[in-house]
Write a protein that binds this ligand. Structure first.
Ligand code: T3D
Length: 261
C-alpha cells in the first residue's frame, strides 16, 4: 500500500512511521488513522522488522483528531463509531504488536496524538516535546486508550489532573513522572533513537514481544494468573534459537548473535 499522509521506511530491521501532515501538526484525519494502522500491520507481518519507530514531521508529533474534519461532519455522526472503526484499531494494533515500538516525540502530542504516543512501549522525547490531554478543551473525555494507558503510567491523580486541566506536560515533567524514558536536546533526538533501536533490532525480539504481552496481560490478572501466564510464555521463549544462543554465548564468553526467534 502506498501512503499519502504518513511516510513508511525500513532500514536495518527498523521500520519508521512518520506522521506527515505538518501543516496541522500532524492532526489525524481518517486517512491518516487508516494508513498508520496499516503501517503497524505491515511492520507486524514483516519478519525483517524487529523494532518500530513512530514520529512526526515538522514541529509536532501529533495534534490529535483533525478538528477541521470534526467541524465538517454532517448529519447524525456517531463519534463512538468513529472511535471504534478508527482509533481503536490503531491503538490495539500497537499494543498487540509483539515488537518494541519507540515513540520519538519530537514536539507536541495532543489529544489522540498523546494516546498514540502512550501506546508505544518506549518514549524518547526532544526537549521541545510536550503532552496535552486537549480533549477537555473541546468538551470531550480522553479517548484513544488514554484512560487505560495514562493512569497505569503515572497513577490516577496525576492522570485525572492532566485530563481536566488540559495543562501542558513539559518534557522535563514528563520525564519526572515517567511518561517518557529520556529527554534529549531536540537536534539529538533521532540519533538517540537510533542508539536505542540498533540494539533492539538485533536483540531477542521474540522475548521482547512476549514480555510486552505478559506485562499488558498482567494488568488484568491476579498474581496467580500472572505467574501461570509467565510460565506458559517462558516455555515459548525457552524453545527459541535466542535462548540457546544466549546461554551458549554466556558460557563461551562471547557476544550473543540473536536472530529474534
Ligand atoms: O472521532 C473523534 O473525533 C473523537 C476523537 C477525538 C480525539 C482528539 O484528539 S480530541 C482533541 C483534538 N486536538 C486538540 O484539541 C488540539 C488542538 N490543537 C491545539 O490545541 C494546538 O494546536 C496545540 C496546543 C496542539 C499546538 O499549539 P501551537 O500554538 O503550537 O500551534 P497552533 O498555531 O495552534 O497550530 C498550528 C497549525 O496547526 C494551525 O494551523 P494554521 O493556523 O497554521 O493554518 C492549527 O489550526 C493547526 N492545528 C493544530 N491542531 C489541529 C490543527 N488543525 C486541525 N486539527 C487539529 N487538532
Amino acid at each position: 500500500m502506498s501512503y499519502e499522509t504518513i511516510l513508511y521506511e525500513t532500514a536495518d530491521n527498523v521500520a519508521t512511521i512518520t506522521l506527515n501532515r505538518p501543516d496541522s501538526l500532524n492532526a489525524f484525519n481518517d486517512q491518516m488513522i487508516g494508513e498508520t494502522t496499516d503501517a503497524f500491520k505491515q511492520a507486524s507481518r514483516d519478519k525483517a522488522v524487529r523494532c518500530v519507530v513512530i514520529t512526526g514531521s515538522g514541529r509536532g508529533f501529533s495534534s490529535g483528531q483533525d478538528l477541521a474534519d470534526v467541524q465538517a461532519r454532517e448529519g447524525d455522526f456517531s463519534i463512538g463509531d468513529h472511535l471504534r472503526h478508527g482509533y481503536h484499531r490503531l491503538i490495539k494494533q500497537m499494543v498487540r504488536l509483539e515488537k518494541p515500538i519507540v515513540a520519538a516525540v519530537n514536539g507536541v502530542a495532543a489529544g489522540a496524538g498523546c494516546g498514540v504516543a502512550l501506546a508505544a512501549d518506549l518514549r524518547l522525547a526532544s526537549d521541545k516535546a510536550s503532552f496535552i490531554l486537549a480533549f477537555s478543551r473541546v468538551g470531550l473525555i480522553p479517548d484513544s486508550g488514554t484512560n487505560w494507558l495514562l493512569p497505569r503510567i503515572i497513577g490516577y491523580g496525576r492522570a485525572y489532573e492532566l485530563a481536566i486541566t488540559a495543562d501542558r506536560l513539559t518534557a522535563d515533567k514528563a520525564l519526572e513522572w515517567g511518561v517518557v524514558n529520556r529527554v534529549v536536546p531536540h537536534d539529538q533526538l533521532m540519533e538517540t533513537v537510533a542508539a536505542w533501536t540498533g540494539p533492539l533490532a538485533t536483540g531477542a525480539t521474540l522475548a521482547y514481544g512476549l514480555t510486552k504481552r505478559a506485562m499488558h496481560r498482567a494488568f488484568d490478572q491476579s498474581l496467580a494468573e500472572a505467574l501461570d501466564y509467565e510460565a506458559y510464555l517462558q516455555e515459548t521463549a525457552a524453545r527459541s534459537h535466542d535462548f540457546s544462543e544466549g546461554v551458549a554465548a554466556f558460557v563461551e564468553k562471547r557476544p550473543a548473535e540473536f536472530r529474534g526467534k
